[in-house]
Each structure stands twice: as C-alpha cells, then as structure tokens.
Ligand binder design. Structure first.
Ligand SMILES: *Cc1c(COP(=O)(O)O)cnc(C)c1O
Length: 393
C-alpha cells in the first residue's frame, strides 16, 4: 500500500482497509488485463497527448474557474466555481468516458457496456461510443427507465441500446450486477465503462486519475486568482465520488485546503453507512442490521447510490477529507439561489455542494473572508422540470 495520499494503490487496489477486487474468479483476468493496460497507457506520453487533445477540442477543456461576485458578497466568503457544467454533455462525466473509451480502443475492444441510474453516465458512455465508433449497451433498472425516459431516448439517439433490468429493486445496483454479468460473458471484445470511483480495482484508481484533470486545472487557476495561495476549502458533491476525487486529487499534496464532500442526506454512505462488500469493492455502504443494502433516495437521482468509492472511505477514516450531507430542502434553496445570484443553474447534484457553503459560511468550517472552491459538477437544465414540479406542488 502506498503511503502517499491519492497516489497509486498498487496491485491490490487497497486504500487502507477499503477497496480491493472482490469479483468472481471469471472476472479476475479481465480486471488484471485492464489494470495492466491502464498502467501502461497512463505512463505513455502519446496516450496523454491524445486524451488531452480530445478533451480540449471536443470536450471544451480547460473549464474556467468563475469568481462569484454577488454570492460572495451575500455570504461573506469568496466563492469560486470550477465550471464542469461547461464541459461537453454538461458535466464532469465526459472526462471519464473519453479516457475509458480511448483505453478500450487501445486494448482492441469494439464494444462498451455501462450501468446507469439517473441516465447521465449512460448518456456519457453512449457519447464516447459514438465518438470512437463502438457498439454500446447500457443497463438501466426498469424503474429508472420510466423515471428517466428522456435520457433513454438520448442514449438511443446516440446509437446505444438500453437494456431494462427487472431483477431486485430494478434500480442502479441491479443494473451494475447485470453489467458485470454481461462483462463475464463478453470480455474478449467488450470494455465495461464504469461510471464512478467504485467497483473492483483498478476502477476506483483509474476513474480518479481520469478525473484528476479537474483538480489540476483548478489548482493552477486558483493560484492565479489568489496570487499563489490555495483556497481555504475545496468542496464537491459525492454520489460514487468521482467529481470529488478528481478535484481533491489536485489538492492532495497540501494541507492548506480542507477537503469537504457532500452527500445527499438520503444517500449518505459516509455518515450512516458501515463497511461491507458490494460491486467488487470493500467500502462504506448503507445497509440494514442483516447486511441488506438499503436503497438511497434523494431529490437528486444522480447521487442515489447506497455506497461511496473506497478511497473516500479511507480519506474519511484518515480525517484527510470531511464528509457531510445536505437535505433536499437545502438543496432546492441552493439551486434557486445560485441561479438568481449568478445566472448559473446548477445540477441538483452540484447544488448539494452549494448548500453546504450556504449553511457553513461564516462558521469555523468556512470563516468570514476565506475562499471556497466549489466543484460545479454539472449544469441544471436536466433538472429544471423536476424542480418546477416540486416547487409548484
Ligand atoms: C453523476 C453526477 C454526479 C455524481 O457522481 P460522482 O461520481 O459522485 O461525481 C455529480 N454531479 C453530476 C452533475 C453528475 O452528473
């Protein structure tokens, strides 16, 4: 195990007591093949050059950091936003799928499969498959296909096949199981494009590395804005935890910035979960007394995962990052407040991070006059109809 914070977890994929590779025997070779391919690609300047080029010319990187003039004045703290909402497809998810798509191509695979809950990762994977000319199958719980009809249509427009999963609770965790089952049978020509910093090794590490670009850009951009200083606090929302891991990675080597991840109160694996094994990893999971996995439920479908990536469980145990939660009501207020103060409609997921800033501005966690960098993980256009219905109800 590496002592370095947010470094290479080595061949075991362990982050302290968390992580690992808890998969059926039949998937071990696939995980090892993927780990070796990623290790070699990540050490290859030609791979980085191609990835960076696509993220720039297709993805819209680097995304800017916006200084929020009016919100800062209202709250008495300086609020900076890292604008992942301005990336192609409207969120940070593109960084991961372009990285994995390029890696899959390098491995000679011609088919991408993915799981999706809210549909956003399915849409991102379908986008990458179209870009690289690959076949794409997305597994989605039957309940979610009804809740997210428009995203099903988006994926189909992009050329993907959406397979509805009717086992278990017919939601995200069942879709993950089905995608893993597909992969066992098709691994020779298929890459499983997992959507967050979770699952078996090497995914938590690899996805964090593909999202690291957020933190590296933001670190530079903040230094320019703050004349060489780092922000007091860096805050991001966390479902599986990939946008948080990506921005944290840029600040891992300094203790000048406090790292805060905000989960949905109805999906708070860090504050209410206990260690267990699910989807190939050991991490903090929401479970009942018998160890049955509970269903996460919040206003933001994109944060409704009953677990969190294993590296977050480790960072939390070390005290290196803080894990908080936000209630739906605070999130709705933050959504509207950012829209009115700054002319930016955030994704409901990202509004969790804004809600934490609003609740804590002027307290010891975020003293008056300090600077907070918020990872604005996505844009809120996808959530406008839902918020209208909630506010009018
Ligand atoms: C999917 C999504 C998230 C949650 O995923 P993480 O892996 O926790 O980053 C957060 N924000 C947006 C906009 C998303 O689309």
């Amino acid at each position: 195990m590496s002592a370095e914070i947010m470094g290479d977890p080595g061949p075991t994929g362990r982050f302290g007591q968390f992580g690992g590779r808890f998969v059926p025997e039949s998937l071990v070779p696939a995980c090892i093949e993927l780990e070796e391919a990623f290790r070699s690609a990540w050490a290859d300047p030609a791979f980085h050059a191609e990835l960076d080029g696509i993220l720039r010319s297709y993805g819209g990187r680097p995304t800017p950091v916006t200084v929020c003039g009016r919100l800062s004045e209202e709250l008495g703290v300086r609020v900076f936003l890292k604008r992942e909402d301005l990336a192609h497809t409207g969120s940070h998810k593109l960084n991961n799928v372009v990285g994995q798509g390029l890696l899959a191509r390098r491995m000679g695979k011609r088919r991408l499969i993915a799981e999706t809950g809210a549909g956003q990762h399915g849409v991102a994977t379908a986008t990458a498959a179209a870009l690289f000319g690959m076949d794409c199958v997305v597994y989605m719980g039957e309940v979610d296909t009804h809740r997210q009809e428009l995203n099903v249509f988006r994926m189909e427009l992009l050329g993907a096949e959406v397979r509805s999963v009717s086992s278990g609770s017919r939601t995200l965790k069942d879709a993950v199981n089905e995608a893993l089952r597909d992969w066992v049978a098709t691994v020779a020509d298929t890459h499983y494009c997992l959507g967050s910093v979770m699952g078996p090794h090497p995914y938590p590490w690899m996805v964090r590395e593909f999202q690291r670009v957020i933190g590296e850009e933001a670190r530079e951009q903040c230094r320019e804005l703050l004349h060489g200083d780092d922000p007091t606090v860096v805050v991001a929302c966390a479902g599986g935890g990939s946008n948080a891991a990506g921005i944290f990675a840029g600040f891992a080597d300094t203790t000048a910035s406090t790292l805060v991840a905000v989960e949905a109160a109805g999906g708070a694996a860090m504050t209410t979960g206990i260690p267990g094994i699910l989807h190939g990893m050991r991490s903090a999971l929401m479970q009942d007394e018998e160890g049955q996995i509970l269903e996460a439920r919040s206003i933001s479908a994109g944060l409704d995962y009953p677990g969190i990536g294993p590296e977050h469980a480790h960072l939390g145990e070390l005290g290196r990052a803080r894990y908080e939660s936000a209630e739906d009501k605070q999130v709705l207020e933050a959504f509207q407040r950012l829209a009115r103060a700054e002319g930016i409609i955030p994704a409901l997921e990202s509004a969790h991070a804004i809600a934490w800033v609003i609740a804590n501005a002027g307290t010891a966690a975020l003293p008056a006059g300090s600077t907070v960098l918020v990872n604005l993980s996505g844009r809120g256009d996808k959530d406008v109809a839902q918020v209208r219905d909630v506010l009018r109800a």
